[in-house]
Design a protein around this ligand. Structure first.
Ligand code: BES
Ligand code: MN
Ligand code: MN
Length: 460
């Protein structure tokens, strides 16, 4: 039956592309209140599509953006089919800066075999591969090979503030799932499919430094009143030592290095530093001594400034002591760092570094630990076979530097392990201008998803 489904998928390439373009046209930017109606529309679109594949789909309200929850009605799968959960997110990052896009971010456009749009890869395009695979199974086989539950979130890009509540409320329905499938990572390289077995955690802060209750003339008051921009620079400048290591006391205490065999395996992956240097346009790569680039990204923790704001930003000179200065800061965590302990150590360190004469406020926006997933399980074996079927190659086993906090939550709350099988490529420009998904990856993703559910349905 899978062969007929795969044939149908191939024959209907233009249909899948048209459907995905329609979903991408809805600007489901979760961060911005002016897009709340678009978020609703994108959720409705997905529910409608899932109903077309025979599933029972509803919107689950949350304090902010809804989830789409779909289940397989009796009769749409064999009675003894294993219960599988698929998670994806239909929200996207803001598209700004708009002037750097070659084509408009919410008018999905094909150029050189690539589909350009915000969400093309992260994550609508990859999630849609699964929706299309289900539609194909329903169309050709009149049933799905597994009892599938689909959970699509609308708040992933803003840190999933309400997802734990949705999981808890639906725990009775979801807990019987054998495994969680997520396609929100990437292949290792073109033609090198990958199963991701680890993600970094994320602690995110906004740090605000406040001085006087108004901007001040920098001649009249300079030297007599603390300058928040100077104070912030002073703090930020001390967060790394001369070797680039994070100075928060205890930051590295719980870091567990991967086994030597795993590090040796990573060294054998087809990774070319010089082509990355060229692709990124940097003079050279940068990072902690003693670790390879992949290790720096996959198993070493970081602290990075993500945003920095203070003072006069317009043309020419304006002599002013800004009243405030702020920075957005992320820490990427690795096993076995404790997210809350790191967050608390960070706050203590910042307060310790702060100079006199200013007020510090710290707002914690995320705190989630790194996640490791099994590299050996019946579900992983099914995913390996699906890659061979859908992409023509066995996958390599990698980790990723990005974060998907839900992986930890499903494990902690329901005891379910994840299979992270991404279809995109490392150069998809996630969160950046000109985000894209190669059409080859898109169609291979639909085939792979169709094959995955076939194999999961046969899982012992
Ligand atoms: N899909 C990404 C995470 C990702 C990217 C995993 C590349 C593996 C490879 C996800 O949508 C994302 O952007 N996550 C955020 C964290 C979230 C809490 C906002 C991230 O990693 O910054
Ligand atoms: Mn994503
Ligand atoms: Mn993202």
């Amino acid at each position: 039956m899978l062969d007929s489904v795969l044939l149908w998928i191939e024959k209907n390439r233009s249909l899948w592309l048209q459907d995905l373009k329609a979903w991408l046209a809805i600007p489901s930017v979760s961060a911005k209140p002016e897009h709340d109606a678009d978020i609703q529309a994108a959720a409705q679109w997905a529910a409608y599509y899932l109903r077309g594949a025979g599933m029972d789909a509803t919107l689950v309200k949350t304090a902010r953006h809804p989830c789409v929850l779909a289940t397989t009605p009796d009769g749409l799968c064999p009675p003894d089919a294993p219960h599988i959960l698929f998670y994806g997110h239909y929200d996207v990052q803001p598209a700004e800066p708009l002037q750097l896009w070659t084509s408009p971010p919410f008018t999905a456009t094909v150029r050189n075999g690539k589909l350009f749009a915000r969400g093309a890869s992260d994550d609508k395009g990859q999630a849609f591969c699964h929706l299309a695979a289900l539609a194909a199974w329903k169309q050709i086989a009149y049933e799905l090979p597994v009892r599938l539950s689909v959970l699509l979130e609308g708040e992933e890009e803003i840190g999933s503030p309400n997802l734990r509540a949705v999981i808890a409320e639906n725990a009775d329905r979801l807990a019987s799932a054998r495994t969680l499938i997520i396609s929100d990572s990437s292949q290792f390289a073109p033609g090198v499919p990958a199963i991701t077995t680890g993600l970094r955690g994320l602690v995110y802060y906004e740090l605000t430094v406040t001085g006087a209750n108004t901007d001040l003339h920098s001649g009249i008051y300079g030297g007599a009143v603390a300058n928040p921009a100077n104070a912030l620079s002073h703090i930020l400048g001390q967060l790394h030592d001369a070797r680039g290591r994070v100075t928060i006391p205890g930051f590295y205490d719980d870091v567990r290095l991967p086994e030597p065999e795993l590090r040796a395996m990573w060294k054998s992956l087809p990774f070319d530093e010089s082509s990355l240097v060229k692709e990124l346009g940097v003079p050279e790569l940068f990072g902690e001594a003693g670790f390879t680039t992949l290790e720096r990204r996959w198993c070493r923790p970081t602290l990075d400034i993500n945003g920095l704001t203070s003072g006069y930003q317009g043309a020419g000179a304006k002599t002013v002591l800004p009243a405030t200065a702020s920075a957005k800061l992320s820490m990427r965590l690795v096993p076995d760092q404790d997210a809350i302990a790191i967050a608390e150590a960070f706050e203590k360190h910042i307060r310790h570094l702060a100079p006199a004469g200013v007020t510090i406020t710290l707002e914690r926006l995320s705190a989630s630990p790194a996640a490791l997933t099994p590299a050996n399980s019946p579900a992983i074996a099914a995913a390996v076979e699906a890659c061979e079927e859908g992409m023509g190659k066995k996958p390599v086993f990698v980790r990723e530097g990005g974060s998907i906090p839900v992986v930890t939550w499903f494990k902690e709350m329901l005891g379910i392990d994840s299979v992270l099988l991404g279809f995109g490529l490392p150069d998809d420009n996630l969160h950046a201008p000109n985000e894209k998904l190669d059409l080859d990856c898109f169609y291979a993703g639909i085939r792979t998803a169709a094959a995955l559910y076939d194999r999961l349905g046969k899982m012992k």
